[in-house]
Design a binder for this molecule. Sequence first.
Ligand code: TUI
Length: 314
Amino acid sequence: MLCSPICELLGIQYPIFQGGMAWISDGKLAGAVSEAGGLGIISAMNANAEYLRGQIQTAREITKKPFGVNIMLMSPFADEVAKVVAEEKVPVVTTGAGNPSKYMKDWLEAGIRVIPVVASVSMARLVERVGAAAVIAEGGESGGHIGELNTMALVPQVASAVKIPVLAAGGIGDGRGVAASFMLGAVGVQLGTRFLVAKECGVHQNYKNKVLKANDIATMTTGKRLGHPVRSIRNPYTREYARLEYTDISDEELEKYGSGALYRAAVLGDEKTGCFLAGEIAGMVNKEQSAKEIIEEIFAEAEALLGGANKWVK
Ligand code: TUI
């Protein structure tokens, strides 16, 4: 058993979160991950209160164990879904793509454990000050919206800067990544890409196939010009986006070109005009498994590695 403070804090069996992936992480996937002993997370993405309430109910029908909701702070519905998680007394809230301070009072009063995703030491310190229970330090190997630093440099700096527990995210796909994360000072991990191909994940099969077929250099980043770099699998859409970034097209038109692209990938499976967000570890995700199989395989490997780590010390 890999026992960690995050398991005790949240009452979960394995120190692993399934990342809140927009259009992908629904109540069914989150319920399955939590039931398997990790922390499943529903993505509130750009959806409204009614959608989120439905997904919370679905997760509660699948499991009695704790689960979380991820609130993407750039969402136009962030205020409305922030109220829902407090009313529903969701056990854990993770946040992404911004500063969650304005919601902290309501969430803490509702007894929620707030665990923001951070991409810098300064944001980790800030959220600790306003009452975060832990932080997820997410490096640029991740899929989706990313910060400047990579996991190897970010996690130890955040772990040294705060007293609350730190989880590592970005570039973790198997037990080796989990063991390395613990060595960097993390006491848990968050994985997205590996859970994207879980049997319980309802994303379009074309999306799963793209991840299953990806190699080590399959992903690229776009969106730097608009101030929000995003990692996704290279395809005609990303190539055209990357080209447009270097033309004199207006920011508004570039924004318009990107809008709806994740929906087209995740729901429609459109390989030409969809944006298939995925992390750098897509190249080592080669099989569809249940959430339970994924978690058990990862931790069997991580425990063996950590247990044998002193073979290097003479
Ligand atoms: O949020 C994510 N990943 C995402 S969000 C998303 S939807 C989207 N689509 C297009 C453009 C932008 C978003 C797809 N994937 N991960 C968590 C994350 N949070 N990564 C980086 C951050 C972050 C960045 C800045 C957290 C805090 C932060 O603070 C900035 C500030 O000072 O407010």
